[in-house]
Design a protein around this ligand. Structure first.
Ligand SMILES: Cc1cc2nc3c(=O)[nH]c(=O)nc-3n(C[C@H](O)[C@H](O)[C@H](O)COP(=O)(O)OP(=O)(O)OC[C@H]3O[C@@H](n4cnc5c(N)ncnc54)[C@H](O)[C@@H]3O)c2cc1C
Length: 478
């Protein structure tokens, strides 16, 4: 197949770029090595839309963070993605940290972050009654928000697909040739596609993808961050995103509500060998527990329902790298997109759009471009009347499969046949929340596997958790 643009990597960055470029009358391929979109860092992060006072003034990170945060609320509304503007607080425990708050405020103002304010102890404890009594004050950033990062990625990719972009899953790029003004992008499996331009949005692997055209300029360090996710019964323990003062390894351990009402705490920060190790460790999680207790002393740490880890793509240049490659200007690197990459992603997409228009020249726009995607049914959010009406139309919405999160069979069936169908248990989980609750799919997992098998006409033995060899049933006992 031949395309104008091939985008490698269907994380939040690649998917939002695909959506942005899908408004032009050109052929686009979005290529992903995994069984689904949002399988890299975009599914495992703090899910904070940062206000923008962390990055150094004058960097791309600072500029695109503030611009992205400004765009995010409207974008989420347009795509029907959960988003809440709850604000953030960086807390200080001593006078030295109070001075850090002043520097962060100054930096934020230089970065054009609106609505920043330093508040004293009384106001802080009024806003956050469960915060440590030792906290002296905080930097309050009203524009900080929380979002569902994997749903944003999925929604962006779905919107791109609706507008004609072709998604290739399980396509692990292992070779790229350039001949006759055209790239041939080859997968490990032998499959190949041609494209006039390539956008490298492969996250932690964007250094490897660049090296396939002989561009060795990108140096990335894999920095793992581990988290604890707590049960919804802890909901309300904090109302804002609570940060501690940042260190040279990052923004430190935060405590935050999620858009779904859980409490998330983490991440740790540890440079690792290799790029794929997303295991969690007792050492790092104990560290997360300790730092969480500094901020919120009586948080019930026995309410943890799961732990997970994500990998930061830390560039040794300490900034985002978004530019045509020096080796081939038709190859655009979008690399080193570590935090605040999620917040910046909507603005990164606009920035890349400008680069593509500069490189490719004026592009014709589609007569009809759809800016959204069909929003999924979220049964748990409906009123009794709405639920009844839905069940009358389709009784599958009357069958609760995941009791922890109130997810119905109808929603799981929808996910199996959506614009980008879920192909495995984790795909269903990210689209519907079946398995995201307290039991972590202990009860609903087998039923969800049966529904996938039935709907996708796949043998139950072939149903997987996340593609590859992660089969959930290993054999028949009877
Ligand atoms: C611990 C942690 C906390 C964070 N917290 C926040 C936060 O609160 N707020 C914020 O703004 N940012 C945060 N970030 C940063 C944010 O998560 C990332 O910047 C963002 O998700 C990067 O998106 P991406 O699309 O570039 O990368 P990814 O989501 O990793 O996407 C890259 C995709 O490329 C695919 N790929 C790789 N190699 C190949 C190949 N050979 N062929 C085909 N496909 C390939 C991968 O499978 C993957 O799907 C955090 C990051 C971490 C690790």
């Amino acid at each position: 197949m031949s395309y104008d643009i091939a985008i490698i990597g269907a994380g939040v960055v690649g998917s939002l770029i695909a959506r942005k470029l899908s408004k032009y009358d050109i052929k686009i391929a979005l290529i992903e090595k995994c069984n689904d979109v949002a399988m890299g860092t975009s599914k495992a992060n703090s899910a904070i839309v940062h206000a923008g006072f962390d990055a150094l003034p004058g960097t791309l990170k600072a500029d695109l963070n503030v611009k992205g945060t400004k765009l995010m609320g409207y974008l989420c509304e347009e795509l029907g993605v959960p988003f809440k503007n709850i604000g953030s607080l960086v807390i200080a425990f001593n006078e030295e940290e109070m001075e850090t708050l002043t520097s962060l405020l100054k930096r934020g103002e230089e970065n054009n972050v609106p609505g920043l304010k330093i508040i004293g102890q009384d106001r802080l404890h009024e806003m956050e009654p469960n915060i440590s009594k030792r906290a002296l004050g905080a930097l309050w950033a009203k524009t900080a928000s929380i979002v569902c990062p994997y749903e944003l990625t999925l929604a962006a990719a779905e919107c791109a697909v609706i507008n004609g972009c072709e998604l290739y899953r399980n396509f692990e790029v292992s070779q790229i040739d350039f001949d006759n003004e055209q790239f041939t992008v080859k997968a490990k499996t032998g499959e190949e596609i041609n494209a006039k331009y390539v956008i490298n949005a492969a996250g932690i692997y964007s250094d490897f993808i660049a090296s396939l055209i002989g561009d060795e300029s990108i140096e990335l360090v894999a920095r793992k961050g581990e988290y604890l996710l707590m049960d919804k019964n802890l909901g309300g323990v904090v109302n804002h995103v609570i940060f501690q003062c940042p260190t040279k390894m990052g923004k430190g351990v935060l405590v935050t509500p999620t858009v779904d009402g859980n409490i998330l705490t983490g991440p740790s920060a540890k440079d690792i060998e290799g790029k794929d190790d997303i295991s969690t460790t007792s050492d790092e999680l104990n560290m997360v527990r300790t730092y969480t207790s500094y901020s919120i002393p009586n948080v019930k740490l026995n309410s943890v329902i799961t732990s997970f880890a994500g990998i930061r793509a830390h560039s040794t240049k300490n900034d985002f790298i978004i530019e045509p490659s020096k080796v081939n200007p038709h190859f655009i690197n979008v690399a080193g997109i570590e935090s605040p990459g999620l917040s910046a992603a909507p603005a990164i997409a606009e920035y890349v759009e400008e680069i593509m228009l500069d490189t490719m020249g004026k592009l014709p726009k589609k007569v009809k471009w759809q800016r959204t995607r069909p929003e999924p049914v979220r049964f748990r959010e409906l009123s009794t009347v709405e639920r009844r009406e839905l069940i009358e139309k389709n009784p599958a919405y009357g069958q609760i499969v995941c009791r922890c999160e109130t997810v119905t069979e109808g929603e799981i069936i929808d996910a199996c046949h959506s614009t980008i169908p879920a192909l495995d248990l984790d795909g269903i989980k990210r689209r519907t929340r079946a398995g995201m609750g307290r039991c972590q799919s202990g009860f609903c997992g087998p039923k969800v596997a049966e529904i996938i098998s039935r709907e996708l006409k796949e043998d139950l033995l072939d149903v997987t958790k996340f593609g590859r060899k992660s089969n959930v049933v290993v054999g028949k006992t009877k």
